[in-house]
Design a protein around this ligand. Structure first.
Ligand SMILES: [Zn+2]
Length: 273
């Protein structure tokens, strides 16, 4: 599933394609949403916001289109009339003054007015967003030490969107490797240095990934690997999907195990405690 940085990049593309334009035509694939087509036609698209892995397209008529790509949703951008041949189900098509944005396969789409969107059952449960500039290292430390989270294993809470929004499995693995923390450790057991290193990684790794289209590895190391002929997928991560390969820091073999229901990748030496 795409994580916060990937969704924010899609939102940037969607904003570039549609923001400031008037909706000439909008079509929903899900029958329940068809009633909105008339109401949204003619509205101006103001901007596209992200909340963790959810995307909110804000319109100037007081309404908002909420969408969550989940596992299969894909946006496609093209000129109006130049729709691709696709076997995927077209769930949303927005045509704005010659530009189009098409959302395929997503089933989690809704329309809300400005008051309702704040009450959305998914959005109102989200923790601070890792990509929002208002989220600081101090906010994250506070959250890590809160009664609700301090005695729970970090491997479990990092992907909970109510703890902090925007992290998924690759970011969880990379953050814990960078912070040299075993996934079964609880934040309440960390000393101050490790706690701050972890809080810093929780914000900085997703932000770097957003800026670099997916690199969480040390940038200079990733670029060197790519120059030496490594594929992007081989160079971008410290540990994610690198089981059986040597750790870039210590040379120990990266391992894979199940952790909180998902594959977890780690260095048994760097993350021994
Ligand atoms: Zn290591």
């Amino acid at each position: 599933m795409p994580e916060g940085p990937e969704i924010r990049r899609v939102a940037d593309d969607l904003q570039k394609q549609l923001a400031g334009r008037v909706i000439d035509s909008i079509r929903f694939g899900l029958p329940l949403l068809k009633k909105w087509e008339k109401c949204l036609t003619g509205a101006n698209i103001i901007k596209v916001e992200t909340y963790g892995k959810a995307l909110v397209t804000r319109l100037d008529n007081g309404f908002n289109i909420y969408s969550h790509n989940q596992l299969y949703g894909r946006w496609h951008f093209c000129d109006t009339g130049d729709y691709p041949d696709s076997r995927r189900q077209l769930r949303l098509a927005i045509d704005c003054q010659g530009k189009s944005a098409l959302l395929y396969s997503a089933s989690n789409i809704a329309v809300f007015n400005n008051d309702e969107i704040l009450q959305h059952p998914f959005l109102c449960k989200l923790g601070p967003d890792v990509l929002h500039h208002s989220t600081t290292e101090e906010n994250v430390v506070e959250r890590l030490l809160s009664v609700r989270y301090k005695n729970r294993q970090l491997g479990g809470i990092l992907t909970e969107q109510s703890f902090i929004a925007g992290l998924g499995n690759y970011l969880r693995c990379e953050i814990l490797f960078y912070s040299e923390i075993h996934p079964e450790v609880c934040s309440g057991d960390l000393d101050a240095r490790k706690l701050h290193k972890l809080a810093n990684a929780i914000l900085e790794l997703p932000r770097q990934s957003y800026k670099t289209a997916g690199i969480t590895n040390q940038l200079s190391a990733a670029n060197k690997l790519i120059k030496q002929g490594a594929a992007f997928e081989e160079a971008r991560f410290y540990v994610f999907r690198r089981q059986g390969l040597p750790c870039y820091r210590c040379g120990a073999i990266i391992k894979k195990q199940q952790q909180a229901g998902q594959a977890f990748f780690y260095c048994p030496y760097c993350q021994s405690q």
